[in-house]
Design a protein around this ligand. Structure first.
Ligand code: CTP
Length: 414
């Protein structure tokens, strides 16, 4: 299920003439129920399979079919220009062929040609048509051009036959449309933003430290490293020279980033303090254990030795963020994170303000965590507070776009 907080997209849904047009109704309905604005363009042939009243009622917007309707508003250009994403479901072999060749002989094809929005197509046709070299060549061309092709699935077709050619299920199409809209928005923002961190040295920490107890056990936390890795990924895409100090991350290392692997808080502290003097920006996204076992045992702790209870003594770890702030070089921007479980919004903000002051960093990124929030997830919700304790930015959504929001604040400051 998509998060409710996903930004509402403007989506053009093109419906072409195939029996799977009835399934397009579910695609439109899901998108509308998720809060997106949907304009439907159906071809004449599509209207033989599904009726105008259905498409209008479900999309909650007038249906468009005719290139020569509303000519004064130049709708074939307007719809395409305003769209965040265009999806054609079902897309017939004929439609794929026309798009691949830039043919524009109806309103839908004109809209596709007049749009810079990313395009998603969900082909639906008989197996022979899908496997025909002409269709395969057209699909390849579209793929090379960056069009997202969803399916077709293999399964029962209109008659008794089976094979590849069946339109993908509506939920898969909806997921592809939303993912494409998000990626398209990121591309647009990236073009606007450019490489605003070009040449900057950025140090990011990610993951959760593990504090050894004995050779086989450690004390750890639930941080997967997703947010820190997302910050490193976006900083590199924006031109920065990024070093990622990664503690036990569960996600792949980003490309184009210098990665230093560590495990415990002490190792992270050593790596960060060594790298810090050369950095313009330091972003401490890692979850660092505050304590470590006082004695690390050489051999595995055995039940016979401990009896029914085990007591461990812990000693305090270095506060890396605080140490970095104390060792700060001129013009260095330092960002800390705070993951708090406090449910009340104001109380959580107060905790964050106090923490920012204690740590002395320039900004603190606050997010709420709990048993089911924050960890191991692709999306998140943060507030960024500055030295005066004011919320200077808020961001909700995929960790990559939250990463951009954090970097925007840093870039603005610099
Ligand atoms: N941090 C750090 N070194 C530590 C603990 C935390 O550098 N030993 C950093 C984290 O990477 C994060 C920020 O400090 O950027 C806040 O972490 P948090 O664990 O919330 O801070 P604590 O000072 O440990 O506060 P609390 O008592 O709430 O755990």
């Amino acid at each position: 299920m998509e998060s409710q907080s996903e930004r509402p997209w403007r989506i053009v849904v093109g419906v072409t003439g195939g029996i799977a047009a009835y399934k397009a109704v579910s695609v439109i309905r899901s998108l509308v129920l998720l809060g997106h604005r949907v304009d439907v363009i159906a071809t004449e042939h599509a209207l033989r399979f599904v009726g105008r009243p259905t498409l209008e009622a479900i999309s909650r917007n007038p249906l468009r079919t005719d290139l020569y309707e509303n000519v004064a508003t130049v709708q074939h250009v307007a719809l395409g220009q305003q769209a965040d994403v265009v999806v054609i479901a079902p897309a017939t072999a004929n439609t794929l062929a026309k798009i691949a060749n830039g043919i524009a002989d109806d309103l839908l094809l004109n809209t596709v040609l007049a749009s810079r929005a990313p395009l998603v197509v969900a082909p639906a046709m008989h197996t022979e048509m899908w496997q025909h070299p002409a269709t395969q060549a057209n699909a390849r061309r579209l793929d090379e051009r960056g069009v997202t092709i969803v399916g077709p699935d293999s399964g029962r077709l209109t008659g008794t036959d089976e094979g590849p050619g069946r339109m993908s299920e509506p939920e898969d199409i909806v997921a592809a449309v939303l993912a494409t809209a998000r990626a398209g928005a990121r591309d647009r923002e990236e073009r606007l933003r450019g490489r605003d961190l070009e040449g900057r040295h950025v140090l990011v920490t990610a993951g959760g430290t593990r504090e050894p107890i004995d050779p086989v056990r450690f004390l750890g936390n639930r941080s997967s490293g997703r947010q820190g890795v997302a910050v490193a990924t976006r900083a590199a895409a924006r031109g920065a020279e990024v070093t990622l100090v990664a503690a036990n991350i569960e996600v792949p290392e980003p490309d184009g980033v210098n990665v230093v692997r560590v495990s415990s808080a002490e190792q992270m502290a050593t790596a960060c303090l060594e790298l810090a003097p050369r950095q313009d920006v330091i972003i401490m996204a890692a979850a660092v254990a505050d304590f470590r076992p006082e004695h690390v045992l050489d051999g595995k702790i055995k039940k016979e030795q401990t009896g029914d209870a085990l007591t461990l003594t812990f000693t305090k770890n270095p506060d890396i963020l605080r140490s970095l702030v104390l060792a700060r070089v001129p013009d260095q921007t330092i960002v800390g994170f705070a993951a708090e479980t406090e449910e009340d919004d104001d109380a959580r903000l107060e905790l964050a303000r106090a923490k920012r002051e204690r740590k002395g960093c320039d900004f603190l990124v606050l997010n709420r965590v709990g048993w089911n929030e924050g960890f191991q997830r692709e999306d998140t919700e943060v507030q960024i507070i500055d030295e005066r304790g004011e919320v200077v930015a808020e961001s909700t959504g995929e960790k990559l776009s939250v990463a951009d929001a954090i970097l925007d604040v840093v870039a603005r400051e610099r």
